[in-house]
Design a protein around this ligand. Structure first.
Ligand code: AMP
Length: 112
């Protein structure tokens, strides 16, 4: 499968890693949308949050544990945002589940 985030997870394409364990990888986004912008992905291919099921949801819970730890390390004590885009209307450009952890600035709501 020609999936850029599978290649990053497999080490075929380099990334600026923040955290890694057996099931999860976190790395800096190439085009940061804030002072801190980190992507957190499952190493196994899940196309988007629309594909989360009882069979694969454990890694998603783990991703949120990892995210909380990264946010503390990054000293995002004033808050931050975690977002996942789904499909065309959601603005998803990479079809491998990823959570954007963005912080270090005031976020707007509603999102554009
Ligand atoms: P989305 O548009 O929600 O699918 O988010 C995809 C994100 O992946 C964008 O924020 C891109 O900047 C980021 N991105 C794409 N390729 C890379 C890469 N090789 N390394 C780091 N971030 C990437």
């Amino acid at each position: 499968m020609d999936c850029i985030f599978c290649k990053i997870a497999g080490g075929e394409i380099p990334s600026n890693k923040v955290y890694e364990d057996d099931s999860v990888l976190a790395f800096y986004d190439l085009v940061p949308q804030g002072p801190v912008h980190i992507l957190i992905i499952p190493k196994t291919h899940i196309a988007s949050a629309a594909e989360i099921s009882a069979d694969n949801s454990a890694v998603v819970a783990h991703i949120f544990e990892v995210a909380a730890g990264i946010a503390k390390e990054q000293q995002l004590d004033n808050g931050y945002r975690i977002v996942t885009n789904i499909g065309e209307d959601g603005g998803q450009s990479v079809k491998h589940l990823h959570f954007h952890l963005i912080g270090g600035r005031q976020m707007a709501w509603p999102p554009g």
